[in-house]
Design a protein around this ligand. Sequence first.
Ligand SMILES: *[C@@H]1O[C@H](CO)[C@@H](O)[C@H](O)[C@H]1NC(C)=O
Ligand SMILES: *[C@@H]1O[C@H](CO)[C@@H](O)[C@H](O)[C@H]1NC(C)=O
Ligand SMILES: *[C@@H]1O[C@H](CO)[C@@H](O)[C@H](O)[C@H]1NC(C)=O
Ligand SMILES: *[C@@H]1O[C@H](CO)[C@@H](O)[C@H](O)[C@H]1NC(C)=O
Ligand SMILES: *[C@@H]1O[C@H](CO)[C@@H](O)[C@H](O)[C@H]1NC(C)=O
Length: 428
Amino acid sequence: MHLVNLLFFLFAFFSCNVLAQYTRFNTSVIPVTKDAKTSLHKITWFLKKRTWDGEPYYLVDLDAPFTWQDCVVRRSPIACGLEEGCRFPLKCDDNFCKEAHSYINPTCPSLNITSKYGCNICAVTPLNPISNSCKLSQLTTDLVQLYGTDGRNPSFISYPPFGTEFVVSCAPSSLLRSFPKDITGVASFSWSTLSFPGQVYNPKVTNKFVLCLPNSSKSLGAIFLGEGPFYFTSFPNVDLRSILSYTPMVRKSKKSLGYYIGIKKISIKEISIPLPSLKSGSVKLSTVTPYTTLRSDIYKAFVTIFSVATKSIPRMKSVQPFSYCLKSSAVGSVEKGFRVPKIDLETESGKIWTIYGDNLMKRVGNGTACLAVIDGGSKMKDAIVVGTFQMENNFLYFDLVNQKLGFSSSLLARGTSCSNFNFTEIPE
Ligand SMILES: *[C@@H]1O[C@H](CO)[C@@H](O)[C@H](O)[C@H]1NC(C)=O
Ligand SMILES: *[C@@H]1O[C@H](CO)[C@@H](O)[C@H](O)[C@H]1NC(C)=O
Ligand SMILES: *[C@@H]1O[C@H](CO)[C@@H](O)[C@H](O)[C@H]1NC(C)=O
Ligand SMILES: *[C@@H]1O[C@H](CO)[C@@H](O)[C@H](O)[C@H]1NC(C)=O
Ligand SMILES: *[C@@H]1O[C@H](CO)[C@@H](O)[C@H](O)[C@H]1NC(C)=O
């Protein structure tokens, strides 16, 4: 047996939990970047560039039942080295397999292949949330190395040397079509116990995570696992938890995966938009939707009121996929003061989530900025889906323990941003 394999085999045997107990940190930090072309947000487990096979990126997905990546299950009885990932196929009677099977998507191929393979594999159907296609594959394990944080800087957790094991589904490369080239999988951040945060078994790390998405491909945002504290460089003495407002998160059923909050009212300059038949908890948060999408009736009412509120700004020709565009030099941004009005979302708790111009107007070139909200048609399953453009530079704290969402509104309005975490490493 190769020495490296032997060493890893021993470590894997003794440590089966992500962010295990040997670290003094109870919070972990993961860098997140934006793909310039698709506006999708992706994470990598590594801060340093890996040289041997490129940077593996995962799309952040708040709805996926489990994490999946482009891989082939190996049948080697001995653990492989980190460079190939480390894959132990799960059996069909494994509890993780049963958990994955409780989230079966009816639109995916049938899992009835046991007659062919017996119980030696755990068949699952990973789903590509952009193309909505799925493929038959298997549940396995891989290794991840996380950075702990004291809330201010990352610290590489170097022990054990090859990282710790987590459950992931393989997927054929063909499932990656429609993703940017460097995205090789999907990281689950849903309610599922197989989600990435759900697999951090260390009792010191509570089941909470933060999403702080950057607004450009040139800067790093941060995802945190655990309950902080969280400090950004522009306010070294302010724990970001202290600026948050909270509202309940609604879990539609025990097997529902995505995150929903209740919105009582949407208003622009004190004029509110009628929200017919919008039941509480029906606003969905989605990281695979680049722009907030509204059911047609709500969209039309929204654009009508928004256009009245911005009638002093010159209109421009619309640019796909947007329909309402303005002259960008007249729109301004947070530093210069907005010319477009802010939007207030009154949440179920009565606290206001304010959306300012930087999260409303997208600069599309040619002196044009468009309202970054999309008409989703009249048959949308969820009447309002909040997309990533509206989440950028907002500190969103998903508290799964207490089923509530902490939100900051725009950090830019407070003189900071999601790119203000100090990613300089400190020793463990
Ligand atoms: C699964 O496949 C086997 C053999 O092909 C068949 O006998 C069985 O009825 C199938 N079960 C379901 C639920 O389709
Ligand atoms: C995590 O560590 C911080 C200090 O770094 C401490 O204030 C906090 O109470 C800890 N939280 C838990 C859940 O142990
Ligand atoms: C991102 O936000 C910064 C402010 O932090 C701003 O200067 C920059 O223009 C923004 N980039 C894009 C692409 O919107
Ligand atoms: C980032 O952290 C390092 C290490 O603690 C520190 O030396 C540096 O001054 C910090 N940078 C900023 C901008 O705070
Ligand atoms: C800018 O306008 C020109 C002329 O109307 C057009 O050909 C070009 O595609 C536009 N560029 C963008 C980025 O919209």
